[in-house]
Design a protein around this ligand. Structure first.
Ligand code: ADP
Ligand code: GLC
Length: 477
């Protein structure tokens, strides 16, 4: 089985996709599957690790504008998983990963390189698992241009975020994909007067999945469908929602090397206190064991509901709480967050940037984790928070709805605080509920921490669901 993705741990991460690519293959391997992963060789990986990789082969791509373009495929093995890297200095050895004007050309090239590798028979696979728009051409190419050149295989396409679609001008169909304009005019790839890599993946993969059950239903509606709901409906019988797990080894407060103190649910009070005091000191907040520490670790985009927080700041900072925001993203959001340290000295801090080690410490040291997303296909962060005994405050959408069990004052059940309507009032109300519970019903708060930490967040169940889907199509697997 080959995973095709634009990012993945332990090499490259910008968000939850990388967490999934870094952990689902491990879980499938435990179930007896042979899994490898292919991704572009970006600058950071090239600089740091290329020397230690093995050159597998050199391929010559000869499609459309890519005439006689050579690409070296590197390989390495980490903990039983084989990784392949597609080298093209011009396309991939840049400071960033995506968001460039030539992304269509770059990722079409990546998809062709994957197909050429399959054609070369250097690797032998019967299932290809593609992730998000960057890899949407693989199922299409497997059934068209390369159909007679590669071994037949089952293709899965997983939508991690329908909001990013890889939509490009229609001319790219011939120039970069190597297919005739027929695919535009008959509607197959046409989307908003251009072509869409996401649409290609959805229509041509044998199976389409997304990362939670609720999101699988939501994307069939105009509210969440990003104008692709009708296209998705065409595939409804092959569309499944399988919730993401997390890597419970990498994210384990009992062994996490980044923390000031390790802990399990048995000594969580002591463990979290040590981490709270440490993160307060590290980020210049007033060291106070009693104050409720609220955190957010996130891409700063409209998806993440940061607007609700910005609109509520005046009210909530009137309560005795502290706030940490670790994130990077839209410059208008970053601009609005920068002044919070001056407005609320030693009580609020905005760390603008991406910092993996710091993220671990923030998860461990905080009491409440904010995830008031407008939409959330699955969400990894709220799951990490629960694993660290930090109660998520989440909106009931997508995977947040499927993974966070709401607080119930009567049964003492629940692993977090949730709200429905995307409104400032509802957000403030639920944050007040969290604050009130933390302050006046600490026994309830502690009970929830234990529920959260005991929740099974591993990939075990979901990996089995993927396998079940595959075996329905290939019983011998
Ligand atoms: P998304 O993929 O939509 O960004 P997820 O919740 O699925 O959201 O995954 C986000 C992942 O990225 C989590 O592992 C989170 O800890 C991490 N992350 C997000 N922003 C940062 C940051 N600024 N620094 C470190 N880690 C971050
Ligand atoms: C996307 C989604 C997020 C999901 C992640 C991994 O980035 O925004 O909700 O958890 O992919 O599937």
């Amino acid at each position: 089985m080959l995973f095709v993705a634009a990012e993945g741990l332990p090499f490259v991460k910008t968000g939850g996709l990388a967490d999934v690519i870094g952990s689902l293959p491990k879980a499938l391997t435990h179930e007896g599957f042979n899994v490898s992963v292919i991704m572009p060789l970006y600058l950071k990986t090239a600089k740091k690790e290329r020397e230690s990789f093995t050159k597998l082969t050199t391929l010559t791509i000869n499609v459309g504008i890519y005439q006689h373009v050579k690409t070296v495929i590197y390989t390495t093995n980490v903990k039983g998983i084989t990784y392949y890297f597609v080298e093209h200095a011009g396309y991939f050895e840049r400071e960033g990963y995506y968001g460039y004007p030539d992304d269509g050309e770059r990722f079409a090239f990546f998809n062709h390189a994957v197909m050429h590798l399959l054609e070369s028979k250097m690797i032998d696979i019967d299932v290809v698992h593609c992730h998000d728009w960057h890899t949407g051409l693989v199922p299409l190419l497997a059934k068209t241009l390369y159909a007679h050149r590669i071994k037949p295989m089952l293709s899965l396409f997983t939508i991690h975020n329908l909001a990013f679609q890889g939509n490009f001008p229609y001319g790219m169909l011939e120039s970069c994909i190597g297919l005739s304009s027929h695919y535009y005019f008959d509607g197959s790839l046409r989307f908003k007067d251009g072509i869409s890599f996401m649409k290609a993946g959805i229509l041509y993969a044998d199976l389409v999945t997304t990362v939670s059950d609720t999101y699988a239903k939501e994307i069939l509606t105009p509210e969440f469908g990003e104008h692709m709901e009708d296209i998705l409906r065409l595939r409804q019988k092959d569309l499944y929602g399988i919730v993401n797990g997390i890597d419970v080894e990498d994210w384990d407060p009992a062994t996490d090397p980044h923390l000031a103190a390790n802990y399990t649910f048995k000594n969580v009070a002591k463990g979290k206190l040590a981490n709270k005091l440490a993160i307060q000191r590290e980020l210049g907040l007033r060291q106070d064991p009693n104050v409720m520490l609220v955190a957010m670790v996130s891409r700063l985009t409209d998806q993440k509901g940061i607007w609700l927080l910005l609109q509520s700041l005046g009210t909530i900072m009137g309560w005795d709480l502290q706030l940490i925001i670790l994130g990077t993203g839209d410059s208008h959001v970053e601009g609005q967050l920068k002044p919070i340290e001056f407005r609320y000295p030693h009580r609020a801090v905005f760390y603008c940037g991406y910092n993996e080690a710091l993220a671990h410490r923030v998860y461990a040291g905080s009491d409440v984790f904010l995830m008031p997303s407008l939409f959330e296909p699955c969400g990894i962060s709220q799951q990490i928070a629960m694993r660290y005994g930090t109660l998520p405050l989440a909106r009931e959408t997508g995977g947040l709805k499927d993974t966070v069990e709401p607080y119930n004052q009567h049964t003492l059940k629940g692993t977090g605080f949730t709200f429905g309507p995307f409104s400032v009032e509802d957000f403030k109300h639920v944050l007040w509920l969290a604050y009130d519970t933390y302050t006046f019903r600490p026994d309830h708060f502690k009970a929830m921490i234990k529920h959260a930490m005991k929740k099974d967040l591993s990939w075990d169940k979901s990996a089995k669901l993927y396998i079940k889907l595959i075996r329905k199509r290939i019983p011998s697997k």
